[in-house]
Design a protein around this ligand. Structure first.
Ligand SMILES: [Zn+2]
Length: 414
């Protein structure tokens, strides 16, 4: 379909991303980058010259928003990465962006690793990719998850890019400076690591990695610049302190159910959780021996955490963190959200309307309504009946971002 003209997508069942009941026989009018009208197909007025596409029997829904991924990863083979010319690595990263967009992920909050140039390249239309919201660098302690130095003495920082500030911050003033550095380098959000994790061999998921004072200065410094903070925290004191100092979003949070007061505070204050079931499943199935063990150990708590958050009203958004293992299968997270207690509709809202609220982009993204960007998917089938179809490429029949079509399987399918 050509750009510039109006396009009317007509006849599909509309899931608008707000959680409202699906609207059968709907129509959505796209003019330029934006949606200009949404309603029942029978009431649609077709503008002169509009391209009318009949998508009866299919589902029309917003593009998915992954609030936690790492587009920079090009596989675990360090020698492959180390022996590639830098320009080749950049092209491979650009390809990760394309693959992710073509899978129906129209926005990604990159939780560390991608520099500002990729975001600008997508915005300039140089490369296809999701809209990008950047964390740039994971601020962390010496030996924390952002520290690239191995015990062999080898420093994997060579895999990072010049536009990324150094991650290691020890002490309050170093943390303050770290925030200023990442904001100067173009971060949209500030990312830090308050606990250890699954993949690291040293700090475990409930080990504290930043002190209360370090976390507080990170939160205060970011908020002073009107930016928000997302924190890698699985459990333990680092998780409790992150919420106590007023950070804005917890990543992973598998052991949050063990801290009911913290969980209640998140609900009260509207602090988000991005539970990232996908990467933990991948760690469990394909990780290092210690990663498999840690990921298996947190499985039941993680499920209880999701249930408790849903009960308490902690705001939830979808994130995969799966980039270390693969790109383009982000929609698997919706299956896992459903397996762990959400309805398919709740999983879709966490991946669309609510994800846009977390990113403070609701005015433009997340739901299909007049005035929003035309970031939308046409799906062959009903994801409310079978959420797994969102990860089946042949079912993703149209991917549109900002009114531009990036995947079109409609002609071949009809
Ligand atoms: Zn991550």
């Amino acid at each position: 379909m050509s750009e510039g003209t109006a396009t009317l997508l007509r006849g599909a069942t509309l899931i608008d991303g707000s959680g409202a009941a699906p609207l059968p026989e709907s129509a959505v009018l796209v003019e330029g980058e934006r949606i200009t009208w949404v309603g029942p197909a029978a009431a649609a007025v077709v503008p002169p010259g509009a391209n009318v596409i009949d998508i009866s029997g299919k589902t029309l829904m917003p593009g998915l928003i992954d609030c936690h991924d790492h587009m920079i990863h090009t596989g675990f083979d360090i020698m492959r990465r180390a022996s590639a010319p830098l320009s080749l690595t950049m092209m491979r990263i650009a390809d990760n962006l394309r693959v992710t967009l073509e899978a129906g992920i129209t926005t990604v909050r990159d939780a560390g690793g991608l520099d500002l140039g990729f975001k600008l390249a997508v915005e300039e239309g140089l490369i296809p990719g999701p809209r990008l919201v950047l964390g740039l660098t994971i601020l962390s302690r010496t030996g924390g998850i952002g520290d690239t130095r191995l015990r062999s003495g080898i420093d994997l920082w060579f895999m990072e890019m010049p536009g990324l500030p150094s991650p290691v911050c020890d002490g309050v003033e170093a943390c303050r400076r770290g925030v200023r550095e990442v904001l100067h380098a173009g971060a949209d959000w500030v990312k830090c690591a308050a606990t250890g994790g699954v993949s690291s061999q040293t700090l475990g998921p409930t080990d504290t990695a930043l002190t209360y004072d370090e976390l507080k200065v990170i939160a205060d410094e970011a908020h002073m610049r009107d930016k928000r903070v997302f924190v890698h925290a699985y459990g333990g004191q680092g998780l409790v302190d992150s919420v106590a100092v007023g950070i804005d979003c917890i990543e992973h949070g598998a052991y949050l159910c063990r801290h009911p007061e913290t969980l209640a505070r998140m609900a009260d204050q509207g602090i988000w959780l991005v539970p990232t079931f996908m990467v933990i499943k991948l760690h469990r199935e394909r990780g290092t021996p210690w990663g498999r063990a840690k990921a298996a150990a947190m499985r039941d708590d993680h499920r209880r955490t999701l249930e408790a958050c849903m009960q308490a009203g902690v705001p939830l958004a979808m994130g995969t963190d799966a980039g270390g293992y693969m790109h383009g299968h982000n929609a698997v997270e919706l299956q896992l959200l459903v397996e762990n207690g959400m309805t398919p509709m709740q999983a879709i809202v966490a991946s669309t309307g609510d994800a846009a609220r977390l990113l403070d982009m609701s005015a433009d993204l997340g739901t299909l309504a007049a005035g929003k960007y035309a970031d939308l998917l046409v799906i062959d089938g009903d994801p409310l009946r079978d959420i797994a179809i969102l990860d089946q490429p042949e079912r993703i029949q149209l991917v549109m971002k900002g009114g531009k079509t990036y995947v079109d399987r409609l002609a071949s399918a009809s």
